[in-house]
Write a protein that binds this ligand. Structure first.
Ligand SMILES: Nc1ncnc2c1ncn2[C@@H]1O[C@H](COP(=O)(O)OP(=O)(O)OP(=O)(O)O)[C@@H](O)[C@H]1O
Ligand SMILES: [Mg+2]
Length: 331
């Protein structure tokens, strides 16, 4: 039996800048650096799984060619967030001479995890050794990077990958892996990923190991409820049926193994995507935000979600009463 399963996110990591999909503007600018074989300090910002690390490595390969590893180091700031790592490890690498190249590159992943003190020290290192060492910083939020670092970098904003670009790539992967996938399976992958390519590929690999890929296997493997089920939950409670809604909630949390946070986030997506009028959407989301906050403070998830459903049911019952009264006045 073959126990060595290759991880698809690694196997299908883009090897050149041209293989990075859905970030056209970013890639066009990076290709021009690669052609000139020179880069300033760069700051990559954007949501998870959109190609920041992949683009950094592809850029480095395009600049240095075969021997790219000699002049490249990858570090993760969230492993060591303090000032010591900047003072010692990063500085040591920054000051050593490059090998057969004018400069080397440090890729600092999750740079927004560095404390402000560590970022201030990093800024000095970036300046001091900039002739022989360029930084590529990667983060989810630009605003968590101190201003003086931002202003020393060319900033690149990575966007959630578009549905079409992701679909095309996922279909290619299925062809290469000889995986059969249904149309609803593909759409489910797009839905659960929310623009995160890593999530989509991992879900695909997980579901493919069970056989043909369809919507059911994707939703099961990612602990995600089908959008229709969320719709039903909202409709049942807004119809005033609190008991029915609670049953539905229990089945979501048990059948799919969803956490309170998962349910809230999917409800949020469902409300936004729904056909409710704007005023109702605003009401529902305002209250949902409150529940979300309570959960992060450690409140009990089932109880909080039940209280949200109770709120929706009471709202629904009130609406019904008002419209009944209006009807009886008319007749
Ligand atoms: N734009 C893209 N084009 C092609 N493949 C992609 C793209 N974005 C992500 N991928 C796939 O997803 C994997 C993870 O992407 P990557 O590591 O670049 O994400 P990231 O933006 O650095 O995320 P994080 O913020 O979590 O570090 C890649 O190995 C690749 O398989
Ligand atoms: Mg990354």
């Amino acid at each position: 039996m073959d126990f060595e399963v290759e991880i698809w996110v690694e196997k299908y990591r883009p090897r050149t800048l041209k293989e990075v999909v859905g970030q056209d503007e970013v890639i066009r600018r990076l290709i021009s650096y690669a052609e000139r074989k020179n880069v300033p300090h760069l700051l990559f910002a954007g949501p998870p799984g959109t190609g920041k690390t992949a683009s950094a490595i592809a850029l480095v390969k395009d600049i240095f060619g075969e021997d790219w590893r000699n002049n490249f180091i990858e570090m993760n700031a969230s492993d060591e967030r303090g000032i010591d790592v900047v003072r010692h490890k990063i500085k040591e690498f920054a000051r050593t001479a490059p090998i057969n190249a004018p400069f080397k590159i440090i890729f600092l992943d999750e740079a927004d995890a560095l404390t402000p003190d560590a970022q201030a020290a990093l800024r000095r290192t970036m300046e001091r050794y900039s002739k022989i060492c360029r930084f590529i910083l990667s983060c989810n939020y630009v605003s968590k990077i101190i201003e003086p670092i931002q202003s020393r970098c060319a900033v690149f904003k990575f966007r959630p990958v578009s549905d079409e670009a992701m679909k095309e790539r996922l279909i290619q992967i299925c062809q290469m892996e000889k995986v059969r996938i249904s149309e609803d399976g593909l759409n489910a992958l797009i839905y659960v990923s929310g623009g995160d390519f890593r999530k989509a590929i991992n879900a695909l690999q997980g579901a493919a190991s069970l056989g043909e890929v369809n919507a059911d296997s994707i939703f099961q493997i990612t602990a995600t409820a089908q959008p229709e089920e969320l719709e039903e939950l909202l409709d049942t409670s807004l119809d005033g049926d609190f008991i029915g809604a609670r049953k539905k909630l229990d089945s979501l949390m048990i059948d799919y193994g969803m956490s309170g946070e998962d349910v809230i986030f999917q409800m949020f997506r469902q409300i936004i995507a729904s056909g409710f009028d704007e005023k109702l959407k605003a009401h529902l989301i305002e209250r949902l935000g409150e529940i979300d906050f309570r959960l992060t403070e450690g409140a009990h998830d089932r109880l909080q979600l039940s209280s949200y459903l109770a709120y929706l049911s009471l709202l629904g019952q009130k609406k019904k009463k008002v419209s009944q009264q209006a009807q009886s006045k008319q007749s």
